[in-house]
Design a protein around this ligand. Structure first.
Ligand code: NDP
Length: 332
């Protein structure tokens, strides 16, 4: 049932780029949806590494002096704006490409950005998987069409995106070598489907890849670490291999040299975003939700916080101590 819309509600805001301490929990007026938009009452909010880039100013998307944060959440439609016919109040929906401000009890979302949640999938599972799961979809099913027996290197294999990728690759019969920074994280990645693991605190990634593959190296590297792994990722690739550099957890790659692609064997390089692989969101989401339903992919929500504690959620991600997904919950 849809309850009456309150006049004001809580959200996370920031007024300058900076460390997690810029995040504030404030009471704001609940906006009304305009044409083509809906107001969503969020039940669970996905935390993504990209949120930290948008907060710090690495990505300058936020319109300051005052901005919300977050683009991913799941909940029910509270109010429908004019011209929206495919959704109605009470519909269960999730989204991953709203304007900044999903860290909130209520958020305005364009109807075109909504994805229906199947009845048997919980809000927090949807919020923990729609952005990260569709990312894995484009990495494994669109950029590379991964098949049985394919081998690749995947960084941060125990992370939010990582654990989904491990399971999806296993489902496809592919063999991913996962990196992670501790023994426990490596064990977790393995449990979720990694073929081999490399503990980056103790082992040299390029050296281990050489050993594991008996000198052949790998045809594809999925690199979300960025700066710190740029050189080693190039060294892990076999001739004419593909480096998919899709994240900056350690900082952006700014001193890349095109000649390095030649020196390491006529390599290919792409720096993709989910946005550019979102041509068929309903189809992608169907595939993801089917795998979750069948049990092939289990969504691990290993960090849960109240919405007001978004700062702690960001500190957790930066500390490298998290595994799986992080979700924020608005107060009941
Ligand atoms: P994760 O849960 O994977 O957390 C990031 C992980 O990166 C950490 O757990 C850590 O794992 C590793 N890491 C390595 N170096 C650092 C560092 N200096 N500081 C912090 N972490 C570091 O996050 P998400 O699942 O939310 O996202 C994974 C990555 O995918 C991010 O880089 C994100 O930006 C990217 N991404 C890109 C998208 C795109 O379309 N381009 C879409 C979605 C995500 P460990 O300690 O084991 O090394």
């Amino acid at each position: 049932a849809v309850h009456e819309t309150p006049k004001t509600a809580k959200r996370i805001e920031f007024d300058e780029f900076g460390p997690s301490s810029v995040l504030k929990y404030v009471e704001v007026e609940v906006p009304q949806p305009k044409e083509g938009e809906v107001l969503v009452k969020n039940y669970a909010i996905g935390v993504n590494f990209i949120d930290t880039y948008q907060r710090s100013g690495l990505y300058r998307v936020a319109k300051l002096p005052k901005s919300g944060l977050g683009t991913e959440a799941a909940g029910v439609i509270q109010v429908v704006g004019s011209g929206v016919s495919e959704f109605e109040p009470g519909s269960r929906v999730c989204y991953y490409r709203s304007s900044l401000g999903a860290y909130a009890e209520y958020h305005i979302v364009p109807a075109s950005a909504l994805v229906k949640i199947p009845d048997d999938i919980d809000y927090d599972i949807a919020a923990a998987s729609i952005l990260k799961g569709l990312t894995v979809h484009y990495l494994l099913r669109q950029i590379v069409k991964v098949k049985k027996g394919d081998i690749g290197l995947f960084t941060a294999g125990a992370g939010g995106v990582g654990l989904i990728a491990m399971q999806w690759a296993r489902h496809l019969g592919a063999k991913l070598i996962a990196t992670a920074s501790s023994h426990q994280k490596c064990e977790l990645a393995k449990k979720y489907g990694a073929w081999q693991t490399i503990n980056t605190s103790e082992e040299d990634t390029a050296q281990r890849v050489l050993e594991i593959t008996e000198g052949k190296k790998v045809p594809v590297v999925f690199d979300s670490i960025g700066k710190d792994t740029w050189q080693s990722s190039l060294k892990c690739l076999s001739r004419r291999g593909l480096l998919i550099s899709y994240g900056n957890a350690s900082g952006p790659v700014t001193d890349a040299n095109v000649g390095d692609l030649a020196a390491n064997g006529s390599l290919f390089l792409t720096r993709p975003t989910l946005w550019d692989y979102s041509d068929d969101v309903p189809g992608m989401a169907d595939e993801l939700f089917s795998l979750i339903r069948s049990g092939a992919i289990k969504i691990e929500i290993n960090q849960r916080y109240d919405l007001k504690d978004a700062k702690a959620a960001h500190d957790g991600l930066a500390s490298r101590n998290t595994t799986g997904a992080t979700v924020l919950y608005p107060e009941e």
